[in-house]
Design a protein around this ligand. Sequence first.
Ligand SMILES: Cc1cc2nc3c(=O)[nH]c(=O)nc-3n(C[C@H](O)[C@H](O)[C@H](O)COP(=O)(O)OP(=O)(O)OC[C@H]3O[C@@H](n4cnc5c(N)ncnc54)[C@H](O)[C@@H]3O)c2cc1C
Length: 423
Amino acid sequence: MMGSGCQSLWRASATDAPQLRALEGSHQVDVVIVGGGFTGLSTALHLAKEGIAVLLLEADELGYGGSGRNVGLVNAGVWLEPDLLDKQLGKEAGRQMYDALAVAPEFVFKLIEEYSIECEATRNGTLHAGVGQAGLAQLERRFAQLKQRGAPVSLLAAKDAQARIGSDKFNGALFDPRAGTIQPLSYVRGLAKAAIKEGAKLFECSPVTGLTSSQGNWLVKTPHGEVTTSKVILATNAYCQHGVANQSSKFVPIAYSQLASQPLTSSQLAQVLPNKEGVWDTCTVMSSFRLDLRGRLIFGGMGAEGRVLSNWASQRVRELFPSLGELAWEYSWTGNIAYSADHLPHCQQLKDGLLSISGYSGRGIGPGTVMGMELAQWITGQREMLSVPMTKLKDIPFREIQRIFYELGAQTYHLGQKVHVLR
Ligand SMILES: Cc1cc2nc3c(=O)[nH]c(=O)nc-3n(C[C@H](O)[C@H](O)[C@H](O)COP(=O)(O)OP(=O)(O)OC[C@H]3O[C@@H](n4cnc5c(N)ncnc54)[C@H](O)[C@@H]3O)c2cc1C
């Protein structure tokens, strides 16, 4: 059942945003960042900390993109299994990226502590829940690879997974104690306040509409202002707007939607995720669930918002947690995930002094925050390379067809589950 006020829970429950203006007049700085999500804000924060004059331009409001819409699972590593990472990048580069992102949750939670960011930070780990025998086999493979690299993960048998999740529908779960959950939009706003505190200048409602280079400098234009700089970082991921150095041909945008219930009662809360881990499953058409600070159940699935998805979500929650009864969904929202061809984020040096970082493929809280720090170190000469590949990405062929294929696949899957239930 859908409540009346269908909007994002994160927007409704976030901490106050910093009061920002739109850019006006002419400015000159060392670095301009385009995009106010985790990547852009972390880069701004870490550059400002090093005394670099940095200015960030956000087309809409901070967190308008994936950073304000995601599930809030602060996971270690990337989507790919560690062995696949080695296979794709080579052993040395794979290991370097693995090591950098294995500690990403630690980095995020430390930053939250350092700047006293109020964002419902809960570091109780996450559970990757196995659906069916194939799901369990996937978890066993991941577990072996992670253990081999020294990760403190554990593989829970079905009975233990049931106790942790509150549902008997999973064949096991991979528990990662390094991970946790946050209120993502509050984290965005906290990062912004930290960046401002360190001296970064941030502007909202300032879409970059023009980008031209001349004699080693870039002129960055917005509707009411302009900035001269020697370096521009495009941190726009799946939300490139206004066609400026548009990188959208390098990834497939996949919709992922979430619904949040009314706060559960204390007896309901005792039955679902008693330790408050965040969960996502092994299905190809993935779903996720977690609780927020007020005890709302937040359920997500691949595909665009709408009746098919919300009916399926209600049905799936009834299957997973029959004792909860019928939940009313009070919030719903959608975001686009940027799936790159190899499911890895890439940093591209598009031209001299023009960099772009994108393609997080659904895991960008830790990686975006860490990459922001690494970019700042790279710009200030403290590191030679980033931990993500620094390669030019090729255009993804038939990108729109792939997007439609994923969307139709998700809808068919959700409808199929419904039909199965109605029989
Ligand atoms: C529904 C969903 C669920 C997810 N769940 C998780 C999760 O649980 N855990 C996890 O780790 N990751 C998750 N992700 C991925 C993660 O949210 C993203 O990888 C991450 O937010 C990317 O951050 P970013 O700063 O690079 O880009 P974004 O947050 O997308 O920010 C890009 C910004 O650039 C701005 N912009 C674009 N064009 C211009 C312009 N011309 N001028 C000025 N500004 C511009 C946009 O308005 C936008 O605000 C999820 C993503 C989605 C969509």
